[in-house]
Design a protein around this ligand. Structure first.
Ligand SMILES: C[S@@+](CC[C@H](N)C(=O)[O-])C[C@H]1O[C@@H](n2cnc3c(N)ncnc32)[C@H](O)[C@@H]1O
Length: 319
């Protein structure tokens, strides 16, 4: 059990106290400085397992994740508005301070996807695309040049801002579509997608995340791929952590934990090809022990062994 006396937890709690007393989380000198310090504090590898925090620290962590989510949304809104003032916003994406992180994360996700899918996906959904949908823009521009992307966001203003970034581009405006709705209201429409990406901030705590994943498991096409974002170590103070055992109805294929400035871990899972033992208790098939499902190989998606930890192979998982 990790409690508030742990020096790293003390430092994070101190930053949380300062962040939670700010009048606004809109980008400003103070906001940027505090979140930069927070990210740098949570980035290095650590002994801390955020599932083993005492109750008080766990409560602080839940509130901190929501504050980070709010600040991220406001930062994206701010830069999306600036970008929309350019004739071709897509030529200026690098004004967003974390654009390089998105380039790296998208490359990582593309490499992981390619390893597990032999065909180029025809239709991809991105759930929780936000006002600055950089993942779908980067994937559509550089990696999946014939795929169509359907961005879902519950917030109409996020979608109208995001639309302004792509509508002047002849190619992307024909391949990137926006849907304003809570993903929990999308049912049979989910069957159309070969791949569904789930943003880190859709489902801010474990219960919400599990509900979203169960919904996807119920409606995604059997055999379709789910790409989720999670967090590892102290990075779990910034984003929700998804555990393989939360992915009922899916076969977990691989988990990657970056150790560089890409904050999110990436989980790739496949919806079970067909429901087995369907029943009222297991509407999407049986719960399978996810740790029996990992790949054995040591594929390194960034071709840079120091950057990445792959969650371990099957022998380690089963020993
Ligand atoms: C900060 S943003 C952008 C995502 C971020 N770039 C990432 O990859 O995590 C997260 C977005 O998810 C949207 N969102 C949250 N819950 C949702 C839901 N249930 N259905 C659809 N969109 C949702 C929010 O409105 C917000 O715009």
């Amino acid at each position: 059990m990790v409690c508030e006396k742990d020096p790293l937890v003390q430092k994070i709690t101190d930053l949380y106290d300062q962040i939670s007393t700010l009048d606004s989380l809109k980008p400003s000198k103070d906001v940027n400085m505090l979140f930069t310090q927070l990210v740098l504090t949570c980035m290095p590898p650590t002994h801390i397992d955020v599932t083993k925090l005492c109750k008080k620290v766990q409560q602080m962590r839940s509130k901190l994740i929501r504050l980070c989510g709010e600040a991220e949304g406001l930062l994206e809104t701010h830069f999306s508005t600036i970008l929309a003032s350019y004739d071709n916003p897509l030529h200026h994406l690098n004004i967003f301070p974390y654009y390089t992180n998105y380039l790296k994360l998208s490359q990582l996700e593309f490499n992981i996807l390619t390893k597990h899918c032999s065909n180029v996906p025809n239709k991809v959904a991105f759930v929780g695309s936000g006002p600055l949908p950089l993942t779908s823009i980067v994937l559509a521009s550089f990696h999946l040049k014939t795929t169509s992307f359907h961005n879902y966001d519950i917030d109409p203003s996020a979608n109208s801002k995001a639309l302004r970034l792509v509508w002047s581009d002849p190619d992307l405006s024909r391949r990137i579509f926006f849907h304003t709705t809570d993903v929990m209201n999308v049912t049979n429409g989910l069957k159309e997608y070969d791949v569904v990406f789930l943003a880190a901030l859709v489902g801010m705590d474990k219960d919400e995340k599990v509900r979203v994943v169960e919904h996807l498991a119920k409606y995604m096409n059997p055999g379709a791929v789910l790409m989720l974002r999670s967090a590892h170590g102290a990075r779990g103070f910034l984003y929700p952590v998804v555990n393989p055992c939360d992915l009922r109805g899916f076969q977990v294929l691989s988990i990657f934990h970056p150790t560089d400035e890409v904050i999110n871990s990436v989980i790739i899972a496949r919806k079970f090809p067909m429901p087995r033992h369907c029943s009222a208790e297991h509407p999407v098939g049986p719960m399978k022990l996810p740790n029996k499902c990992f790949d054995i190989d040591m594929f390194n998606p960034l071709l840079n062994p120091v950057n990445l930890m792959e969650e371990l192979d099957i022998e380690d998982q089963l020993s």
